[in-house]
Every structure is written in C-alpha cells, then in structure tokens.
Design a protein around this ligand. Sequence first.
Ligand SMILES: NC(=O)c1ccc[n+]([C@@H]2O[C@H](COP(=O)([O-])OP(=O)(O)OC[C@H]3O[C@@H](n4cnc5c(N)ncnc54)[C@H](O)[C@@H]3O)[C@@H](O)[C@H]2O)c1
Length: 317
Amino acid sequence: MRKLGVAVVGTGFWGKNHARVYNELASTELVAICDVNAERAKTIANQFGVKAYTSSARMLKNEEVEAVSVCTWSTMLAKEALKALHAGKHVLVEKPMAAKTKQAEKLLKTAEQNGLHLTVGFLMRFIPGLQHIREAVETKKIGELVCAAAKRVSEWPERIGDVGVVKDMAIHDIDVIRYIALEEPISVYAKAGSMRHGKFEDYAQIMLTFESGKSAFIESNWLTPYKTRMLTVTGSNAIMRFDYISQELWVESKKETVQPRFPFQEPLKLELQHFADCIVEKKKPLVTGEDGVKALRIAEAALRSSAKNRAIRLKPL
Ligand SMILES: NC(=O)c1ccc[n+]([C@@H]2O[C@H](COP(=O)([O-])OP(=O)(O)OC[C@H]3O[C@@H](n4cnc5c(N)ncnc54)[C@H](O)[C@@H]3O)[C@@H](O)[C@H]2O)c1
C-alpha cells in the first residue's frame, strides 16, 4: 500500500500528537516536521526519525510531503496553512482555523481554486458517542430536537494566550451544535468577559437560536478549577448526555436510562485516518473548510454580541 507523505508544522503540546499518530497509522508516512523552536523541532524529529525544519517554506519544497497538519499558535494557523496550500499540499488546519474569519475565507478560496483538500481540526465530531447523538437526532430516535447545552470549562492552560476562550474552546461546541442541529443558527447572543486573562475573554455564555425554534447554549471558561466537557441534547422523547472526557453516553427517557457503549477510540487517530483516506480516495471530508469558516463567523458574532449587548443576526454564508 502506498503511504501518504505527511508533515506537521508546529510541534508543541498538540502538534506532537499529530506527529505521533501519523507515525502510527499504516496509511501515512511522517516525512518531516517543522517548528520555529529549533530545539523542539530537533527533539520531535529525532523521536520519529524524520527531518526537522525551522522554516516551513523550506520544508514545503520537500516533494515527499503531500499533506500537512498545521498546529501552530492560533494566530499563525492561517499564514502557515496558506503557505502549504500555495505549495500544493493538502491541509488539516487546527481549530480555530484562523484568528479572523477573513483569513479563513482566504484559505477556503485558495483550497478550492487549487483543488486541494482543506479540513479543520474539529476533533469532537470523530468521537463515536457524538456520531451516535447526531444519528439519533437525524433519525428522530429522541423525538424532535428541542435544545442542546454544552459545557466546556477548566483552568486556564497558561500555554494558550493568543486567542480567547470563544475561539479556543467554545468553537468546538459551536461546530458540534451546527453538526447535530442539521441547520444553521440564525442568531447569537453572548455574554463574555475577562476575570484573570489580561488580554482576552476567559469566560463566555453563548446562546444560539434556529429558524425551526430549537436553541443551544454554550458555557465556556478558563476559571473552573476542574475540567468538564459535557453535552446535553434534549429531544421531545428523550435526553442524551455525553461526557467527552470518558466518552460515556446516557440516554434518558420516561421509561429507562440506557448507556450505549462504544469501544474507546482515540479521536485524533480517527480524524487523521479520515483526512488521509479523503485525500487518497478523493472524498469530501466530514469537516470541510466551509465548516471552519462558518464556526469562526459564529464565534466572532458571539464576541460582537457581547461587546454590543444585543443579539446578532447571522446571515447565511
Ligand atoms: N483540536 C483540538 O482538540 C486541539 C487541542 C489542542 C490544541 N489545538 C490547537 O492546536 C494549536 C496548537 O496548540 P498547542 O496547545 O499545541 O500550542 P503550543 O504553544 O504548545 O504549540 C505551538 C507550537 O507551534 C510552534 N510555532 C508557532 N508558530 C510557528 C510557525 N510559524 N512555524 C512553525 N512552528 C510554529 C511553536 O514554537 C510551538 O512549538 C492551536 O491552534 C490550538 O487551538 C487543538
């Protein structure tokens, strides 16, 4: 089997996991890694026996590299993803895809113009329990979807500092809610602010509403001394509660509570395997560049809503 040649740009906390998984997958071959921190680049490259670069421009000249994961600081994602697309590489860019929607739109356009795959690291979609929820909503196993509530709270991981909690954390839930609601939100109202983080918001409560009458509520912060990542989906006949950390799912109805079980699978492995399969088989990815742009637009509208203290109407893309 021909292996897809891949590289990782940015091998910090998260990028080194991309490198490890590409190294483990049977269908990919980790060819190179790049980090502006020379020592880090060397350490990670040595760990996997691949070439280390500190300049992505030089790395992208390597013809063995067919696809790239971009895992730099959030404010550098768009620049590095654009470089990779211009060099003719397929790209998985980590969330939030870009610091600004305009940059994300440019990525989408460039990928389309060059016939390249562009996907965004919305990892949650790959968790089997979440796939089950989406299917239950689609097939109306829980009746009509009424609302969804997501809670993603923990202490501020000091390494993160170039975007706030909305673009860093709530964006996962914005994407999940778009994915399971099967329609686009039409308006957003949010309250966000900063208690400890000097530059960006470290808490946000976001409400999304839909044309059909359903709604969603997202609570995100870097102020809670313990880590919670939960999703509750209320249907007219049953409620589904999902714990992203343990991957446990509860389905509660008037009659019973059941706990469907799924064998634990590493979401990143599923995500990167899917990325490679889509490139080789020329399939549309589960998460498109357009999904990335849409989630970022909603995140920005949430921040605007909070600043203006009013609901913001979301126009269709
Ligand atoms: N999908 C997920 O669940 C998930 C989880 C964690 C992080 N992330 C995303 O991954 C990205 C990285 O997060 P992190 O926690 O690993 O940050 P980090 O600070 O630990 O690592 C970022 C690395 O990128 C390097 N870097 C920065 N600019 C670069 C450039 N232009 N070229 C090459 N290297 C560069 C830095 O030297 C650093 O080693 C962020 O955008 C974050 O939002 C996603």
